[in-house]
Design a protein around this ligand. Structure first.
Ligand SMILES: [Zn+2]
Length: 261
């Protein structure tokens, strides 16, 4: 079984001390390739450096998370444009809108999102998208560039049915994390994941965040890492009522086609 983790924040400081061990544990648990998320200007540069150091295994995205939208000025956009054309960078993002935490004002988030959508239009690279509690504005921004962007994935989908349908109607792919393993918050996701066509579904850990809540034994630390992607895959397969090998094969094929891995 070969898996692809399409979203891992491996430039996060929590991986600094045992980075090589994290990668070898991932390999031992079937993770064949990882797309390292760029979530800030500096983090995107670091993600590219990691991809360059591990060719064929690690790849990168280049973008600024809506939490850091205030940092997307002309200089940051110029850096993102420079990173975006690197061959190891396989998507623009993560970018989008997050009105749940509101670490940046809405207007700043929309402006930063629009700048990054323009980079996706100009480079033709896929989009790695984040949305939380901002569905209407998020869709409006994306509809403004409809027909001019390449493929897009809404990563870490945790939304409601109408949001999922709106994304599927627009041809977007859907990323599912270990959120689905949460016995309290994940139940609606276990129902919705059945609605995702098998050629639109991908899986991710979002490490070091979103450690699956039902791991046995629980790791002593709270850090998530790519080795737990097999656990996410099994939860997605169970929710869809399909064999885990089927889910693994389809999500891996989708990731490889989408990110040209
Ligand atoms: Zn995200």
């Amino acid at each position: 079984m070969e898996l692809v983790d399409i979203g891992a924040n491996l430039s996060h400081e929590s991986f600094r001390a045992d980075f090589d061990a994290v990668l070898s544990r991932a390999r031992d648990h079937g993770v064949a390739q990882i797309v390292v998320t760029g979530a800030s200007a500096g983090g995107s540069r670091a993600a590219l450096e990691l991809a360059r150091a591990h060719p064929g295994f690690l790849f990168a995205t280049a973008g600024v998370h809506p939490h850091h939208a205030h940092e997307v000025d002309d200089a940051a956009e110029a850096l993102l444009r420079e990173l975006a054309v690197a061959p190891e960078v396989r998507a623009i993002g993560e970018t989008g809108l997050d009105y749940f935490r509101n670490f940046s004002p809405h207007a700043a988030q929309v402006a930063a999102f629009e700048r990054q959508l323009a980079i996706a239009v100009d480079t033709g690279k896929p989009l790695f998208l984040h949305q939380r509690d901002a569905h209407a504005d998020f869709i409006a921004c994306l509809d403004n560039v409809r027909g001019r962007i390449g493929p897009a994935i809404v990563h870490c989908f945790t939304g409601e049915r109408d949001e999922l349908i709106a994304y599927l109607d627009r041809g977007f792919h859907i990323g599912i994390t270990g959120w689905i393993c949460d016995e309290r918050r994940g139940q609606h996701l276990r129902d919705l994941v059945k609605l995702i066509p098998s050629d639109r579904l991908m899986i991710e850990t979002d490490a070091p965040y979103l450690l699956p809540r039902d791991l046995h034994p629980k790791p002593s630390h709270r850090r998530n890492e790519p080795m737990y992607l097999a656990h996410v895959c099994a939860a997605v397969a169970a929710a869809r009522g399909e064999d885990v090998g089927t889910t693994a094969a389809s999500t891996t094929a989708n990731a490889r086609a989408f990110f040209t891995l």
